[in-house]
Design a protein around this ligand. Structure first.
Ligand code: PEP
Ligand code: MG
Length: 563
């Protein structure tokens, strides 16, 4: 789907890498900087103290309300963190300390800083869970101080009107907390199309463009038109032209939203079209779409903010929510893919010069005895307590060798679950036939497969052309993996971002891929496109793509066959 409306009247049109389709027009917001409040000995006059006190109470109440509102709109871990921080802004002990200091002459900013330091010292001394709250306490202090000073909210803001968020980059945890009804578009200077910020934006359905040079010069409040399909951010466009572009996209989106599944080519070749999710809320939202099940549940995204490992019972509850959303359909859970750009505080791993090449994915299990077993126990417990009619499939990320696959499969089978592995490392694609001797299915993670095949960091905006999933070398490895699946008569899916591109999805089917899993927001466009082509067309396009030498030619030859 693409918007053909150009914006000739815009002040500037900045171009980046499109990652989440959609066209929106709204004013810009930016993450606020964190002011460093100082504790001073300035004493305010007795008469001024009541007003100072009122100012502090109002600021704390505003911050608490804002965080509560954000929590109500968020889901999973993000909702929890925001609710805890809202409660902290209203904590009686902390507020009383601040108020006492104001009563004895401190101004509100200094009093908030001093009381926070007292509490932080106390929490640190108590250790454990209390010590872990210190970061949240500082975050609340920074928000209250910004409110007192009339400065923008630090970190990711909660704008009063629907807005487009522009940032250098965002942490995955920040992105997970975004409210799509308020942050209607997202563009970053850094990042790549498969960075986890982009992935979460896709799951939230927020139109998003990454790797956009020149964003730094666009101030908060400036009206922009963001096209997540073309990758353009138009600065100060003609409002009428922008409104027409938004409307044109809405009509196009409505048309493909009419696709209701099940996934199949025009001549009836069945292909499961599934959703990638990150928690129960995401799975429930996916179940409202035509997605036939869950092809990738990124379990680690439930725990990005957690300091300590969640108990087996808590994990079982969280996984159970996803199973409950699809009681009779395919659900594929991925075990924790910690490390690299998704560090989990409770999964210990060494400081590394090259974390993407280091201890991540299944490799984390070695240095954290029991972590994988406890997660598998939790999945088995979730299955036992849910009335699912199908055994869920469970797969490991970042498998490099058949031996790793065999060890993982044994653990999964011993819990009466269906084992599979992700193919993300070229070595695993090359030995897919030998890996398939141990597992029941494969799922290709094209994001990492592109990163490792092309030796190009998926987070790097400079290398976005190399990590393009249309790279013929990446597709050659996909073809080899699919061929091994066909020979073993076992399913091979794709759950990387390649499956979210309708044209490429058809090529993947032509290569022999048996299921496609993408963000729920991309499912209808993928399903609708697939329904418009025959399997023979897909195969012709796939064969032509494998003959090319660069991604643009690959796209072009596929378009020639598939339209
Ligand atoms: C992938 O690498 O393509 C994948 C699906 O896993 P993630 O993006 O979470 O690394
Ligand atoms: Mg991956």
């Amino acid at each position: 789907m693409s918007s053909s409306v150009r914006v000739p009247t815009a002040k500037a049109v900045l171009t980046g890498t499109p990652v989440v389709p959609g066209v929106v027009a709204a004013p810009v917001v930016r993450p606020g900087v964190r002011l460093q409040p100082t504790i001073d000995n300035v004493e305010i006059a007795l008469d001024d103290r009541p007003a100072e006190l009122d100012g502090f109470r109002a600021a704390a109440a505003t911050v608490a309300q804002r965080l509560r509102d954000r929590s109500a709109h968020a889901s999973g871990a993000a909702a929890e963190v925001l609710a805890v921080n809202a409660a902290m802004a209203e904590d009686r002990g902390w507020r009383t300390s601040v108020e006492k200091l104001i009563g004895s002459g401190s101004h509100a900013v200094s009093a908030a800083a001093a009381a926070t330091e007292q509490f932080a010292a106390m929490f640190t001394k108590l250790g454990g869970l209390m010590a872990e709250r210190v970061t949240d306490l500082h975050d609340v202090r920074d928000r209250v101080v910004a409110e007192l000073l009339g400065a923008p909210e630090p970190g990711v803001p909660t704008p009063d009107v629907p807005s487009v968020l522009l940032a250098d980059d965002l942490a995955p945890a920040d992105t997970a907390g975004l409210d799509p009804s308020i942050v209607v578009g997202l563009a970053t200077t850094l990042g790549g199309p498969t960075s986890h910020t982009a992935i979460i934006a896709r799951q939230l359905g927020i139109p998003c463009v990454v790797a956009v040079p020149g964003l730094d010069n666009v101030d908060a409040g400036v009206f922009v038109l963001l096209d997540g399909t073309s990758g353009e951010v138009s600065v100060a466009p003609d409002p009428a032209v922008a409104a027409a572009a938004v409307e044109e996209y809405r009509v196009l989106a409505e048309r493909s939203a009419g696709w209701a599944g099940p996934g199949a080519t025009a001549d009836g070749h069945a292909v499961d079209v599934l959703a990638n999710v990150q928690d129960g809320a995401g799975a429930r939202a996916a179940a409202e779409t035509a997605a036939a099940g869950v092809g990738l549940f990124r379990t680690e995204l439930c725990f990005l903010n957690r300091e300590t490992e969640p108990s087996v019972e808590e994990q079982a509850r969280i996984y159970g929510e996803v199973l409950a959303a699809y009681p009779d359909a395919k659900v594929v859970l991925r075990t924790l893919d910690a490390g690299s750009d998704k560090p989990l505080k409770f999964a210990d791993h060494p400081d590394e010069a090259n974390p993407a090449l280091g201890v991540r994915g299944i490799r984390i299990a070695v240095g954290n005895p029991g972590l994988l077993d406890r997660q598998l126990d939790a999945i088995a417990a979730a299955v036992a307590s849910e009335a699912s009619t199908r055994k869920p499939w469970v797969m490991a990320p970042m498998i490099s060798t058949p031996a790793e696959a065999a060890a993982f499969a044994a653990k999964v089978r011993s819990r009466d679950l269906v084992p599979g592995v992700m193919i993300e490392v070229p070595a695993a694609a090359l030995l897919a036939d030998r890996i398939l001797a141990h597992v029941d299915f494969l799922s290709i993670g094209t994001n990492d497969l592109a990163q490792y095949t092309m030796a190009a960091d998926r987070m790097s905006s400079d290398l976005a052309a190399l990590t393009d999933p249309w790279q013929p070398a990446v597709l050659a490895l996909v073809a080899q993996t699919a061929k091994a699946g066909a020979a073993a008569n076992k399913p091979v899916g794709v759950c990387g971002e390649a499956a979210a591109d309708p044209l490429l999805a058809c090529v993947l089917v032509g290569l022999g891929i048996t299921s496609l899993s993408a963000a729920a927001s991309a499912v209808a466009a993928v399903g609708a496109k697939l329904a418009s082509v025959t399997l023979a067309d897909c195969r012709t396009a796939a064969a032509a793509v494998l003959e090319t030498s660069d991604p643009n030619t690959a796209r072009e030859v596929a378009r020639r066959v598939l339209g």
